[in-house]
Design a protein around this ligand. Sequence first.
Ligand code: GLY
Length: 376
Amino acid sequence: MAVNTPETIRVELGGRSYDVLVGAGLLDDIAQLAAPFLESHASRPVPIVADVNARAHHGARIEASLGAAGLEVAWYDVASGEASKSWASLERLTDWLLSLGITRSDHVFALGGGVVGDLVGFASAILKRGCGFVQLPTTLLSQVDSSVGGKTAINTSAGKNMIGAFHQPSLVLADTDSLATLPDREMRAGYAEVIKYGLLGDAEFFAWLEANSRAVLDREPEPLEYAIATSIRAKARIVAEDERETSGVRALLNLGHTFGHALEAETGFSDRLLHGEAVALGMVLAARYSARRGEISDTDASRAATAIGASGLPKQITALGLTCNGETLVDHMRHDKKMEGSGTLPFLLLKGLGEAYMARDVELSDVAAFLDKELA
Ligand code: GLY
């Protein structure tokens, strides 16, 4: 069945450039849309590594498209959840890929959310010193963030994403239909990253989201596609400017993540607080802390909190029922990968709604005092 013409966003990275396609029903047409990356599989099955739920929901339509093109699939199932981003699952996956005889000119397909994308991306980065991979993100969070930009990683006992590589995919197919089966809570968690693009660099988009959050969260096709494509365009621009996060531009994507990471650590990286929910609350705290420093008005900080709260995301730290103090949260921040050798932690703060910047003069003792007030 023909699909609507997808929107194509190019991530411009010289020889590592690639397209991100956004639209409804793309997985039904995967054989055509990913044709250049399937050529080497004419006589061997296409390796698709899939989150078990994503395969249950979308496996049949992928098989139908590939089958009609005369291609077979070799499926590899990955359990949902961060535990799958481990050394043990990386070893099992790379053993499986080697057993299939994957060559450097082959492509491995990753179907699911950020866990599968990060795991497959990293496996592809190291398999025979690097083979190709294609991202088929099925969650809002992975469509607007993790599938684009080439950050790949696994977790270790030292923390999340501690071992990884920059390895760009060859293609990303963001099928908006796949969001129809996404639980509402995960949809909202992904939406936090959408709001992030407005807050960090696009005041007009932020204002559009203030007016259209319900339509996006209800998955109305046009607003949904607009929100996803606008987010991916922003990410593509940032990644093209600072692929390896060296100039400070890509670091803007971490808005809300330093506060958020501390909250995730305090809640044990558990279902108690999803990553996107932590980022949402982290952005409220970044806005309120920016207001404390006099960089934005209290009204703007409230506007950010209202937009986040109105989409059903947490906007007050007290809602988490934490029993810790500000210093405990700051201690989690001290273990952040972004902590610099000099003992400073760069903070993403706001100069305005739609204008994030990296502050290097933040005293962690002041952050602890601020958090004590927020926790009271
Ligand atoms: N998720 C942040 C980045 O891709 O840089």
